[in-house]
Design a protein around this ligand. Structure first.
Ligand SMILES: NC(=O)c1ccc[n+]([C@@H]2O[C@H](COP(=O)([O-])OP(=O)(O)OC[C@H]3O[C@@H](n4cnc5c(N)ncnc54)[C@H](O)[C@@H]3O)[C@@H](O)[C@H]2O)c1
Length: 249
C-alpha cells in the first residue's frame, strides 16, 4: 500500500537506535526525507547513513530535546536543508529505573524536561511550520506505563507518558482546524535498550504475562507510527494506539 507521503519531510527525535531508528527507516522506505536526531553522534550518524541508503535525503542533527535552543536550531537546520517539517515523531525519552522512594526532585525534573517538555516544544516548532501548509502529522510516544501505571519503570517516567496522552488529546483539538493530526502510541515491552537493562528473570516473568508470549520488535512499533504519520490515516486524530501484544486482554 502506498501511504501517500513520498517527498514529505520528517523529524524523528531520538532516532539513533531502537523504535526511533526503525521509524526513521520505515518513513524513508515510504520516500520521506528524514532529520535524524539524537545526543549520541555515533548511532545518529549511522541511522542517517542507513536512511540515505534507502534513496531519500537525510541529515543528522545533534540536539538535546531537553534544550529549547537545541530544538529551535534543529527545526531551522531541517527547514534549510530538507524543507519545512511535515511529520514530527516525538520519540526521544529517558527512563531511569529508580524506586519511587529514591527519586530525587532533580531527576524527576530531568525526566519531565526530556520526555514531556521536549515533546511539547518540538510540537510547538512543528506547528509554526505545518499550519502554513495546512498539512501535518505528529505522533508522540506514550507507553503502557502511561496508560496503566508503571510496573518496572519509574514513577516519573510513567507520569511523563500519561502527560503525553493528555497533551496529544489537547493538541489534536488545537491543530485539527489546520489539517494537522496528532496521535500517540503506547508500546508495551519492546526489544530495545530500554528493556534489555532488566534482569533476565524479570524479562521472563513479564513475557509469561503477554498473550503473544514475546516482546515486540521496534519495527512493529515503527509500522504503526508510520501509518499514523501517513496520508492514509488522515481521519485518525487524538488516538492512543496500544502496541501491547494482547497484554491488556
Ligand atoms: N522499549 C520499550 O519497551 C518502550 C515501551 C514503551 C514506550 N517506549 C517509548 O518509545 C520511545 C523509544 O524507546 P526506545 O526503547 O527505542 O529507547 P532507546 O533508549 O533505545 O532509544 C532512545 C534514543 O533517544 C536518545 N535520546 C535520549 N535522550 C535524548 C535527548 N535528550 N535528546 C535527543 N535524543 C535523546 C538516545 O540517545 C537513544 O538513541 C521512548 O519514548 C520510550 O519511552 C519504549
Amino acid at each position: 500500500m502506498d501511504l501517500g507521503i513520498k517527498g514529505k519531510v520528517a523529524i524523528v527525535t531520538g532516532s539513533g537506535q531502537g523504535i526511533g531508528k526503525e521509524t526513521a527507516l520505515a518513513l524513508a522506505a515510504e520516500g520521506v526525507h528524514v532529520c535524524v536526531n539524537d545526543v549520541n553522534d555515533e548511532v545518529g550518524l549511522q541511522t542517517a547513513k542507513e536512511v540515505e541508503d534507502l534513496g531519500v535525503k537525510a541529515i543528522y542533527v545533534r540536539a538535546d530535546v531537553g534544550s529549547e535552543q537545541d530544538i529551535k536550531d534543529m527545526f531551522q537546520k531541517t527547514a534549510q536543508e530538507l524543507g519545512t517539517v511535515d511529520i514530527l515523531i516525538n520519540n526521544a525519552a529517558i527512563s531511569p529505573k529508580v524506586p519511587f522512594e529514591d527519586i530525587p526532585a532533580e531527576q524527576f525534573e530531568q525526566v519531565m524536561k526530556i520526555n514531556l517538555l521536549g515533546s511539547f516544544l518540538c510540537s510547538q516548532q512543528a506547528f509554526y511550520q505545518m499550519k502554513e501548509k495546512r498539512w501535518g502529522r505528529i505522533v508522540n510516544l506514550s507507553s503502557m506505563a502511561g496508560r496503566f501505571g508503571a510496573n518496572k519503570a519509574g514513577v516519573h517516567y510513567s507520569a511523563t507518558k500519561a502527560g503525553i496522552i493528555g497533551m496529544t488529546l489537547s493538541l489534536a483539538k488545537k491543530m485539527g482546524p489546520y489539517n494537522i493530526t496528532v496521535n500517540c502510541v503506547a508500546p508495551g515491552r519492546i526489544n530495545t535498550a530500554l528493556t534489555q537493562v532488566l534482569p533476565k528473570e524479570v524479562q521472563d516473568q513479564i513475557r509469561s504475562q503477554i498473550p503473544l508470549n514475546r516482546f515486540g520488535e521496534p519495527s512493529e512499533c515503527a509500522s504503526v507510527i508510520t501509518f499514523l504519520a501517513s496520508e492514509k490515516a488522515g481521519y485518525v486524530s487524538g488516538a492512543c494506539v496500544d502496541i501491547l501484544g494482547g497484554y491488556i486482554a
